[in-house]
Design a protein around this ligand. Structure first.
Ligand SMILES: Nc1ncnc2c1ncn2[C@@H]1O[C@H](COP(=O)(O)OP(=O)(O)OP(=O)(O)O)[C@@H](O)[C@H]1O
Length: 696
């Protein structure tokens, strides 16, 4: 039987690179392309030379088109066979991905001087359609923040992604404009209103219909110009870190699908993003995809990362052709994850199987941890926040059940591990119940993560830490759970937990039993907050929303309120006060202050001790402490604990955890909460509710 990852002798996903000329020909940071058999090479290797952290690694792809090779050549060698398959009734896809400014738009759309692949292909398809008596029409869309927009509509209306009873995708609201000539198409394509290309994916879908435009669709040819990948910790990027994280997530989602298709995985995670969901029919089955990694000749860390992921996808098909062994899968896993770590830090690092010997302890640890890890599914390969165990020197911050397990297993070898219990499984802009169940599932799975007790000391040679791939002990559970999620989704449940995000989605079945996915706009921020709060209130058995120290603060405040001229000491400190005052002149107030760790211990001698002044001084001190405790909690608590806070739901908790991955203590002042999309009013509201709740 023919392997599904190969279609008529060709891979389902063929992965090639296109090199963009260097802007600085004198630069030494040039990639090296090795084609063992010239143009006839079955695979090529790309490396970065000695400048790249001394790496000698190379990455294999199916082919690489260099800067002197034109788009016309790519059309002839790669796309023409796909065009033929479209006229035979299949779908095909050409996807350009890469770092920012790597030449994706130039490749797909082109400019006045050089025609892009979409334009060249349209020309080819128009002449084929004419010869065969077929018709051509086109749709142009943009996917931004998990919403699809029709770019051929004056109003740029939203497109609904509908899934029929048979699982067939319908794109409700996506215009299809007949195209008779290349200039028709160019007018449409180049006449579009300017879009936020930095933060959106842009797609062109060319439909071939037999006979006139109203007859049956034969096949579709998709061109996708993806938003550029960028390290979310980059300074001066021009795009907010959270937005970059969102874009990266959708890039990973597509890569996960590509990998799963090429590796012939039984489950392809189309539902991970709107883009992959909308293109599901075009990507699946025997339909073929050409994935083009755009690489500036003068490489950057981001390009290296994208190339590494592309290479994993390319290798996926080889894995599918051979019987997969744990060793092979683990090699892939470790390579990707460690590169992900390399990508996270600014100084380049490459660790792979070929360079392991040079890296001493890192090598040994990696091998042992890998030996402890079992197979990880392909779709979990690409995702910044997915299944990553961060090893961090000098950190005792640990979270959740996962942390407990790891600590137990590894602490004896004096390794401190910090495990982020975050998940990128959930949707970014909308949240159904599906999102909650997915993320809790991931955490549950993570809690089963067990490393071999023989894990030895990790001596990481860099400050931020390496990311070592982890794995899920029981993947079958996940599959079962996914089915369950789908059932939940069909039940029409809606939930939006983020007041700052004004979009929600409703999924339900319509009269024809089709799944209807609708985007709606939420207007009342307060309502959302209340909704989330109410859902917390309904669950009164849950643990207290803030740390016990906040509760202590409230007790202290209560006792202060009771006094008029004298300080009253909370009962729990009475014994201490008595004991201490016998031996010294430390006041009750000082003891309370010390316990609360506020810096001021004694009142200046000239202070007015009127009850009001005393009260004011203390309440402002307490307010400061309460805010400090709240921020400390945000900086350290696990995701599940964060969700116990008023107004913090799945999405905000995820954002908080993500921000912490970028910098260890992102919340230094309340203003920093704006980074998770909260307004000043919302921040105040959250705090008021949280602290007010203590007195209920
Ligand atoms: N092959 C090429 N030859 C000459 N110039 C190129 C080539 N590819 C890209 N460029 C130029 O490099 C710049 C960035 O290219 P482009 O806009 O295509 O990048 P991009 O990857 O689409 O960027 P973004 O990530 O912002 O979407 C443009 O000025 C473009 O003209």
């Amino acid at each position: 039987m023919e392997n599904k990852s190969m279609s008529h002798g060709r891979k389902v996903v063929r992965v090639v690179a296109k090199v963009k000329p260097s802007t600085d020909p004198a630069s030494s940071r040039s990639i090296l392309v090795h084609k063992p058999m010239g143009e006839d090479s079955e695979t090529v290797s790309i490396s970065f030379g000695a400048q790249f952290a001394g790496s000698k690694d190379s990455y294999k792809l199916d082919y690489c088109y260099e800067e002197n090779e034109s788009n016309g050549l790519i059309l002839t060698k790669e796309i023409k066979p796909l065009v033929s398959s479209v006229f035979e009734g299949k779908d095909a896809n050409v996807i350009a991905h890469g770092a920012r400014s790597s030449g994706k738009t130039f490749l797909i759309q082109g400019n006045e001087k050089e025609l892009g692949l979409a334009v060249l292909t349209m020309d080819e398809m128009l002449s084929m359609a004419e010869q065969r008596g077929n018709s051509i029409s086109v749709s142009i869309y943009e996917v931004s923040q998990e919403t699809v927009y029709d770019l051929l509509d004056q109003e740029k209306r939203m497109v609904s992604v509908l899934e029929g009873a048979q699982g067939k995708i319908q794109l409700k609201g996506l215009s299809q404009v007949p195209v008779k000539s290349l200039s028709d198409f160019q007018n449409l394509y180049f006449g579009l209103k300017k879009t936020q290309k930095l933060t959106s994916h842009k797609g062109v879908m060319i439909h071939v219909t037999s006979g006139n435009a109203n007859s049956g669709v034969l096949g579709r040819m998709n061109f996708l110009d993806m938003a550029g990948y960028e390290d979310s910790r980059k300074q001066n990027s021009g795009v907010a870190p959270l937005e970059i994280t969102r874009i990266n997530k959708s890039i990973y989602a597509l890569q996960n699908v590509m990998y799963a298709l090429n590796a012939n995985e039984s489950h392809v995670p189309y539902r991970e993003s709107k883009l992959t969901r909308m293109l599901k029919d075009c990507l699946q089955g025997c339909n073929r995809t050409l994935l083009i990694t755009c690489l500036p000749r003068e490489f950057s860390q981001d390009s290296f990362y994208m190339l590494n992921l592309a290479s994993q996808i390319c290798l996926g098909s080889k894995r599918a052709m051979n019987i997969p062994t744990k060793k092979k899968i683990n090699t892939l896993t470790s390579s990707t994850s460690l590169s992900s770590a390399a990508q996270r830090k600014q100084t380049p690092l490459v660790v792979s199987t070929t360079s392991t010997k040079q890296r001493g302890n890192v090598t040994e640890t990696k091998t042992k941890l890998n030996a402890a890890a079992s197979a990880m599914k392909g779709r979990e390969l690409f995702g910044e926040a997915k299944n990553l165990v961060k090893c961090k020197n000098n950190s005792k911050k640990m979270e959740g059940k996962t942390r407990m397990t790891l600590k137990k297993k590894i602490s004896h070898s004096k390794v401190v591990l910090s495990v982020q219990a975050s998940s990128s499984e959930e949707e970014v802009c909308s949240s159904f119940i599906i999102a909650d169940s997915q993320s809790s599932l991931v955490e549950e799975e993570k809690s089963t993560l067990v490393f071999s007790s023989s894990a030895t000391a990790i001596n990481l040679g860099y400050s931020i830490g390496a990311a070592l791939s982890s794995e899920v002990a029981d993947t079958t559970n996940k599959e079962t759970h996914r089915k369950h999620e789908d059932e939940e989704k069909f039940s029409g449940a809606t939930h939006c937990d983020d007041a700052s995000i004004d979009k929600a989605q409703i999924v339900e079945r319509d009269d024809n039993n089709s799944v209807v996915e609708e985007d709606i706009t939420l207007v009342n921020e307060g309502d959302n907050l209340d909704k989330e709060n109410n859902s917390w209130l309904a669950n009164e058995t849950a643990s207290p929303p803030l740390s016990m120290r906040l509760q202590e603060l409230s007790n202290t405040l209560k006792s202060i309120c009771k006094t008029s001229t004298q300080l009253s000491v909370p009962e729990k400190y009475q014994a201490v006060v008595e004991e201490v005052s016998e031996h010294s002149d430390i006041t009750a107030e000082a003891i309370v202050s010390a316990e609360l760790r506020t810096p001021e211990r004694t009142m200046p001698s000239n202070i007015d001790y009127s009850p009001w002044k005393t009260y004011s001084a203390h309440s402002s001190k307490l307010k400061k402490s309460a805010v400090g405790e709240y921020l400390k909690f945000l900086n350290t608590a696990g995701k599940e604990d964060l969700k116990k806070l008023k107004g913090i739901g799945e999405k905000r908790a995820t954002s908080i955890v993500e921000l912490r991955e970028e910098s260890p203590e992102p919340f230094k002042t309340l203003d920093d909460l704006k980074d998770i999309g909260l307004s000043e009013k919302q921040i105040k509201g959250l705090l008021r509710k949280e602290i007010g709740e203590i007195f209920h």
